[in-house]
Design a protein around this ligand. Structure first.
Ligand code: AVI
Length: 306
């Protein structure tokens, strides 16, 4: 079971007029493994497009950043992108921050094996909470690395606040390297979140299993179905879990009856226009940014400096 505070937060979301769950609860061990599978799906273009941009423009990125930096990766996951980045820019210290402790420690061991002279530090933290770095992490020439368009999972005002905190982490001589998914054809966007193999559906439904453990709830996964669509007005993919039948969900201090078709909102994934994201960076205190994209302009990587 989760702490009293977390239980209250989750229960409040489930009981809200529009029931919702924070996407951070996707990432238990099973969810993290499912997300890794998502990143390799043919429909999920984000990961491979970003990797291709790094491969194509890596030399220029490395020239801009220079060797010996301290990289702070937010939401490090399996550290796969970190490997490509470290090979490219040769940092002296690598701080991997992630919410999932088990996954992080495993990934960090792999990174240490691949780069024996790199000073690797795992930090377990929720990006929306306080991020406390070990005291001896160098404060000069920090590069905050936030790949994968995870910034898209926050509403723009929260994303702005988070970018402002990144700005704070990197001081005046640092930089932010951030991946951002761009607005594109609706069919391409929707396919990426409705893959034929059903991995995204399993990822979405897994959050209910996680809530059963965290909350002591009794969600029956067979009563729910995955829904994902592009909300053009808000420029975001929305993921929901929809009740297939009238169903009652109970947990130790509460319950909710869901009507057939009623849904729990589980995630937003905002898609930006390049200029809009550059504007957001400006509002967060970055005055100067370089950017690279793929030939179809599906994804962008920004290198932003104060
Ligand atoms: C982690 N994040 C960038 C993913 C996304 O595309 O918004 C999470 C995800 N949800 C469904 N598929 C992938």
């Amino acid at each position: 079971m989760a702490s009293v505070g977390l239980v209250a937060e989750i229960a409040a979301g489930l009981c809200a007029a529009q029931a919702n769950v924070s996407p951070k609860y996707f990432y238990d061990a099973a969810g993290s493994a499912l997300f890794e599978r998502i990143t390799r799906l043919p429909e999920y273009y984000l990961t491979r497009t970003e990797a291709k941009i790094i491969e194509t423009h890596g030399e220029e990125m490395a020239r801009q950043i220079g060797p010996g930096a301290t990289v702070i990766e937010l939401g490090a996951g399996n550290c796969e992108k970190a490997r490509a980045l470290c090979a490219m820019i040769r940092p002296r210290c690598f701080v991997a921050i992630d919410i999932s402790a088990d996954f992080l420690h495993q990934a960090v061991d792999g990174l240490r094996d691949a780069f024996p002279s790199l000073d690797v530090r795992p930090v377990v933290a929720d990006l929306l909470g306080e991020i406390v770095l070990p005291g001896d992490v160098p404060s000069a020439r920090r590069l905050v690395f936030y790949p994968g368009s995870s910034i898209g999972n926050f509403d723009p005002e929260v994303a702005l606040a988070l970018l402002g905190r990144m700005r704070g982490l990197l001081g005046n001589d640092g930089a932010l390297l951030i991946g951002v998914d761009l607005v594109k054809d609706e069919a391409v966007l929707e396919a990426a979140y409705n893959d034929a193999a059903g991995v995204t559906a399993a990822f979405n439904l897994n959050v209910l299993q996680h809530l059963n453990r965290l909350l002591g709830a009794d969600f029956d996964l067979t009563q729910w179905q995955h829904r994902a669509f592009f909300n053009r007005q808000k420029s975001r993919i929305e993921m929901h879990l929809e009740a297939l039948h009238e169903t009652r969900v109970a947990w130790p201090n509460g319950f909710r009856n869901f009507r057939r078709g009623e849904h729990i909102h589980t995630e937003n994934s905002y898609k930006y226009r390049i200029d809009d994201f550059a504007g957001l960076l400006g509002r967060a205190g970055f005055s100067n940014s370089l950017r690279w994209t793929d030939p179809e302009q599906w994804f962008a990587i920004f290198l932003a400096r104060p």
